[in-house]
Write a protein of this length. Structure first.
Length: 84
């Protein structure tokens, strides 16, 4: 695993409610160490999130935002707050 992947795996495990030393997280790390396809996907996702976080936050009308969250079947977040 690349050194910059460790924080990402830690956050992934935390979001799954798992300790970094849990069997699930160990399995994830081992798989990523040996699977270039998954490593590439994880790296691509990480870069996408980094780019997304650098974008300016733009306000959208409240009714549009509510419809969007409903359409995506996701809970609403407070205006101006990003989940990622």
């Amino acid at each position: 695993m690349k050194p910059d992947c460790k924080p990402f795996i830690e956050r992934l495990c935390e979001s799954l409610g798992e300790d970094l030393s849990s069997p699930l997280c160990r399995e994830l790390r081992e798989h990523l160490d040996h699977c270039p396809d998954c490593s590439l996907q994880i790296d691509s996702l990480k870069r996408t999130i980094d780019i997304y976080r650098c974008l300016p936050v733009k306000e959208i009308p409240g009714d549009v935002e509510k419809r969007l969250w409903k359409r995506l079947h996701l809970p609403e977040v407070q205006p101006g707050k990003r989940q990622l």
